[in-house]
Design a protein around this ligand. Structure first.
Ligand code: AMP
Ligand code: ZN
Length: 483
């Protein structure tokens, strides 16, 4: 098959055509969440764009196997082996065990993914399932001379590599070495950039989850997880490894160091990184400011798929700033698009030639370094083109295999709602729960009016207005819209 998907490879700093190790197949790995808290919508931006990458690869015909880890042990609050264990922090905060915390937030993560139409990877593996694999890797690294034991922990010796800072230019390397000088001192480390493979002795004596190992009872470092889990499920050669840009250093740098030292050859060819979602104050955070989650967006009346569209409208390699103003615009655009699709008739038969030509236009956009906003432009252009409605509908269904915006289902719901007792949704960019709530309030208001309880009717109108929903009494019935 023709290799036509291009992505920016952080390793070579170039947009490159993906050429898989095995023709027609892609082995893909995604760094999964640390399940100590809800994911914020910044984390989910990364997972949405990685989902689009996977679906783009499938769209052009690849057989993709995608693996994701769940970090339920070993990730400290600093990526540089210092600070508190994130899982323990979560357990203390909620007075639960680490395993309870892991279960709760893993479920919450997949529930958010489901709302955003993010496909679950083919393999999802919690780190605590793979302790034997990690121990085997660490032991091999010790035998090969790439690791050492100091202060009862096992460390990776970065001085054994010709090039540890694989993702950086020369000047960046010098800068990074300088920055490392400020990192909290661990006297056991032979070199500042060395990192922990296995903890047995640390300041975290109250660590809840510990396992027996040749070096004493302890637990794995964070970076070894992704190497161990990906090699277990994808073998010694991987095509694409994904994560947010914050993963480039030290996490992915350390993953490459230990995997290639362990395997004795190059491991992964393409590194795909998604830029951050920021809020107005800067970096998105789980601890300060408004903690932006999918549930919060829903509470505010947004359909989670409006957030997915928000992400798709900008390029994955650009930082993106979140604001409710932009979300409102996207919600309106989403609704307008659904309305346009809802107006398509089922008449005629699919024009195969036109279908193929327009499918290629979409494929060209998304396969070109995942130009999702161009992909959406193709949707609008196609809807305007001179072609029968049946072909247009078929194309919408096809594009949505990648966009996953429920375009046909959403349009159908909209059409059904318009037929529903005259209550026409002017703006359906809200969650199903919110929609249900609005419609029930409209019904209650109608009943209040019938009973001449106008005070209650006004109360309901104001209550909805406070939530950003305006009602309008028209001859066809009550209309509502987001304001
Ligand atoms: P974590 O649960 O902290 O391990 O992060 C999960 C994923 O979210 C990783 O791929 C991070 O690189 C990514 N990530 C973290 N913060 C952001 C952000 N503000 N915007 C986009 N992705 C992020
Ligand atoms: Zn990882």
């Amino acid at each position: 098959m023709e290799n036509k998907v291009k992505i920016f490879n952080t390793l070579t700093r170039k947009v490159e055509t993906v050429i898989p190790n095995v023709e027609g197949k892609i082995a893909m790995y995604t760094c999964g969440p640390t399940v100590y808290h809800f994911a914020h919508i910044g984390n989910l931006r990364s997972y949405i764009m990685e989902d689009v990458l996977e679906k783009t690869l499938r769209y052009v015909g690849y057989d993709v196997k995608r693996v994701m880890n769940i970090t339920d042990v070993g990730h400290l609050s600093s990526d540089a082996d210092t600070g508190e264990d994130k899982m323990l922090k979560g357990a203390k905060r909620e007075n639960k065990t680490v395993m309870e915390i892991a279960k709760f937030y893993t479920d919450a993560f997949f529930s958010d993914c489901h709302k955003l139409n993010i496909k679950t990877p083919d393999v999802v593996e919690p780190a605590t399932n793979c302790i034997d694999e990690f121990i085997h890797m660490v032991q091999t690294l010790l035998e090969k001379g790439f690791a050492y034991i100091a202060g009862e922990n096992v460390y990776f010796d970065t001085s054994k590599l010709e090039d540890y800072y694989v993702f950086s230019s020369q000047s960046e390397k010098e800068l990074m070495v300088g920055v490392r000088d400020d990192v909290e001192e661990d006297e056991n480390k032979r070199n500042k950039s060395d990192f922990v493979l296995w903890f047995t002795k640390s300041k975290f004596d109250n660590q809840e989850l510990k396992w027996d190992s040749p070096w004493g009872v302890g637990y794995p470092g964070w970076h070894i997880e992704c190497s161990g889990i990906s090699i277990k499920h994808l073998g010694e050669y991987m095509d694409i490894h994904c994560g947010g840009v914050d993963n480039i250093f030290p996490h992915h740098t350390n993953e490459i160091a230990q995997s290639e030292a362990y395997l004795g050859h190059k491991w992964c060819n393409y590194w795909f990184h998604v830029h951050h979602l920021n809020d107005k104050s800067g970096k998105m955070s789980k601890s300060k400011g408004e903690f932006l989650t999918v549930s919060l967006l829903q509470e505010k009346g947004y359909n989670p798929l409006v957030y997915r569209l928000f992400c798709l409208q900008s390029h994955y390699r650009k930082p993106l700033e979140f604001s409710y103003e932009v979300m409102d615009n996207v919600a309106a655009a989403y609704n307008k698009l659904l309305k346009r699709i809802a107006s398509l008739k089922d008449e005629g038969t699919v024009d195969k030639e036109a279908f193929a030509a327009w499918r290629i236009k979409f494929e060209d956009a998304i396969a070109n370094d995942m130009n999702t906003s161009m992909g959406i432009t193709v949707v609008y252009d196609m809807l305007k083109a001179d072609m029968n409605d049946c072909t247009k509908k078929a194309l919408i269904g096809s594009y949505d295999e990648v966009l996953s915006l429920d375009l046909l289902k959403g349009a159908e719901n909209l059409a059904n709602m318009s037929n529903n007792d005259g209550n026409v949704a002017e703006n359906s960019g809200v969650s199903p729960e919110m929609e249900e709530y609005i419609l029930s309030m409209i019904e209650e208001r109608k009943a209040a009016k019938k009973e001449k309880n106008f005070a209650r009717a006004d109360e309901i109108r104001n209550e909805l207005l406070e939530k950003g929903v305006a009602l309008e009494d028209t001859r066809e019935g009550v209309k509502w819209k987001l304001v």
